[in-house]
Design a protein. Structure first.
Lengths: 249, 415
């Protein structure tokens, strides 16, 4: 379970998160919506440990451990996964080698044996097939020359292989066509279990048609200003954020 | 009896005076070289004279070092790369017959001391020093049309020896040769080799150099190559070791459609100083030259890249490319990069570029967010930076030897 209490964070001197309270119980998918610049991406980065952000207050515990105290790799080993809004290109790093290095690092952290290249490829090919990704995506350099949709699918592939306990999807649906959107949603749905939870940052109801959330939260100006059931997303899709923002002001 | 130890240029000249009657080859060539060396001295050493070619590298540490003698080579021998190819082993510049294999077309410089006309003692003080004192080396001749396979030339330096091997590689028309040169050792020695290379019409030389000298050693190597029409010099230098080092390569493209590749990578840490200097001269039309040199610099190390492309008036349709990149792993590391183009032909394609950067914070975070520990993530990104250069080594066995050395270097840094 993810428990965020009074979280504040800034970049440089500028406060971005101004007191976030959010609980995501095991097995639940929560959607985060909100206007641009409200702090949605910052929340994902802070949870995964990017050091450009300074946490100035509050706490984040994940299955009882203090997440904010941990290095990014330790958070990943504990089961936190951030699907990047703009996945990073790694020229000179082969995608299969990258995925295997990551998977083996996490397996090592769990005291499991590492996979050799053949064992890994077998596993990876099964996942790429399920995600309708061409095989050559494993041979190419990480995200280099990938289309927007391929980059997003590559994030979902990483998630499928690393099997996190908490997935944070930062606008993974943006730039995807309907088929790709469904593949991404299916990828997350396949992981759904009583020990998996997800925070899905999105602008669109579309994704939530396929990936039905337990709760929807509206983030604005660094705070959660409204929470509700799946119907809240439909309401926002219809009337925009203006009414919600006005009501909260 | 007391022995006065002389250092610097005076020490080398005294050594020449003591040995000159016993050194092989043309005494007049040596005497002229000694005179050149006496005038030039060690760049940055004792003389205050500034030489443009040595703008960024001072040999003062070499001038101040005491070079006295050899020690055991046994320890360093164990560190040789394992490779199934005949090898010629030199310890402190002297051929070790009992450690070496039979290589067709091979003569030692001690037995066949012929100074070629490529290296210029009158222009380069280190060539002068070498010419003055060279007493052994590898002379390899590949007859026309022959594929001579892979040959290893190994140098092991020991103790406080100073040695100046003279190598000659001669490929006749249509022949092929792959040379892996490995330089290793233990001690504070000076390794100052000069290699003269001539590549005949349509011949192909792959020349890979692994410079992994002892941390306190000096390595100052100079290569002169001439390439006839349709011939190829495919050179790669991996520079890992040594305290003050220089890799200097002069290539002259003499006939149409000759090609020269002068690639390399330098990985430095601590207070290491490594200078990669190259001059490629296009003297014929339709030739191409390619150069990718990558530097990975940690600690307080300093990398130097000087690359010059000269295109003569008659060398139309020249295609020249040069790229120098540096990755700084520490705020105290430094790179000096000086690319130069001198073009007298009017129908040429020449480009060059240089970049300097640090490890990308976003890339590092991306890897760590996937569970890859910080040091492993850095190693992966450094390897990725080097891939473009290392991939230019086409012989897979040799490339994998270099990759293992790069990994071992990284492990030494992390330890």
């Amino acid at each position: 379970m993810l428990e965020i209490r009074g979280l504040t964070a800034s970049i440089g001197e500028k406060p971005i998160l101004k007191g976030i309270d959010l609980v995501v119980p095991d097995g639940e998918v929560h959607a985060i919506m909100g206007p641009n610049g409200s702090g949605k991406s910052t929340l994902g980065y802070v949870l995964s440990g990017r050091d450009d952000y300074t946490v100035t207050g509050g706490s984040v515990t994940f299955n009882g451990i203090d997440l904010l105290d941990m290095e990014p790799e330790a958070r990943a080993a504990a089961g936190v996964f951030l699907a990047f809004q703009a996945p990073i290109e790694l020229p000179g790093v082969n995608n299969a080698n990258f995925l295997r290095t990551a998977l083996n690092a996490i397996r090592r952290a769990h005291g499991e044996s590492e996979l050799d290249a053949i064992q890994f490829l077998k596993l990876a090919r099964a996942e790429t097939k399920r995600l309708a990704m061409p095989d050559d995506m494993l041979k190419r350099n990480v995200n280099v020359g990938f289309s927007g949709g391929e980059k997003k699918r590559n994030e979902v592939l990483q998630m499928a292989l690393l099997r996190p306990k908490l997935a944070i999807l930062d606008e993974t649906d943006s730039g995807l066509d309907i088929d790709a959107l469904k593949i991404v949603a299916d990828g997350v749905n396949a992981l759904r279990s009583p020990t998996f939870s997800a925070l899905v940052v999105t602008h669109h109801q579309r994704l939530l048609d396929h990936l039905v959330p337990n709760r929807v939260h509206v983030l604005a100006h660094g705070r959660i200003i409204r929470s509700g059931g799946p119907e809240l997303a439909k309401e926002l899709e219809k009337s925009g954020y203006a009414d919600v923002l006005a009501a909260a002001a | 009896m007391s022995v006065v130890t002389q250092t610097g240029a005076a020490g080398f000249l005294a050594r020449y005076e003591a040995l000159k009657d016993r050194l092989p080859g043309d005494a007049a060539v040596r005497a002229a070289a000694a005179e050149s060396f006496r005038v030039a001295g060690l760049p940055g050493g004792t003389s205050a004279r500034r030489i443009e070619a040595w703008k960024y590298t001072s040999l003062r540490p070499v001038a101040e070092a005491v070079f006295q003698g050899s020690a055991s080579a046994a320890g360093a021998m164990a560190a040789l790369p394992k490779m199934n190819a005949p090898r010629l082993v030199f310890v402190d510049g002297k051929l070790q017959a009992h450690l070496s294999d039979m290589v067709p077309g091979f003569k030692s410089f001690a037995d066949q001391a012929v100074f070629g006309g490529l290296a210029r003692p009158d222009r380069d003080p280190l060539v002068a020093l070498n010419t003055m004192l060279a007493d052994d080396g590898a002379c390899l001749r590949v007859p026309a049309g022959v594929d001579a396979g892979v040959i290893q030339i190994v140098s092991i330096g020991t103790g406080t020896a100073a040695f100046h091997p003279r190598h000659v590689l001669k490929l006749e028309a249509g022949s092929t040769l792959v040379v892996l040169e490995t330089a290793i050792g233990e001690g504070n020695y000076l390794h100052n080799p000069v290699t003269e290379i001539s590549i005949g019409s349509g011949a192909h030389l792959t020349h890979v150099r692994l410079q992994d000298e002892a941390a306190a050693a000096f390595h100052l190597s100079t290569i002169y190559a001439e390439i006839a029409d349709g011939g190829t010099y495919d050179g790669f230098s991996l520079v890992l070791g040594g305290r003050v080092t220089r890799t200097e390569i002069h290539v002259r493209l003499m006939g149409p459609k000759a090609a020269a590749h002068m690639n390399g990578a330098q990985l430095l840490s601590g207070a290491q100083h490594a200078d990669f200097t190259s001059v490629v001269r296009h003297d014929a039309p339709h030739c191409n030259s390619r150069q990718t040199v990558k530097n990975v610099l940690g600690g307080k190390s300093r990398g130097v890249f000087q690359g010059r492309i000269e295109v003569a008036r008659q060398a139309q349709k020249t295609d020249g490319y040069q790229m120098n990149q540096a990755l700084l792993l520490s705020p105290d590391a430094e790179i000096d990069s000086k690319p130069e183009l001198e073009i007298f032909a009017d129908d040429v394609k020449c480009s060059h570029g240089a970049t300097v950067g640090e490890l990308d914070a976003e890339q590092l975070f991306y890897l760590r967010s996937r569970g890859v520990p910080d040091s492993e993530a850095r190693a992966l990104l450094v390897r990725a930076f080097l891939v473009e250069a290392l991939d230019l080594v086409t012989n897979e066995t040799i490339r994998s030897i270099l990759e293992q050395r790069v990994d071992a270097w990284w492990e030494r840094q992390a330890a």
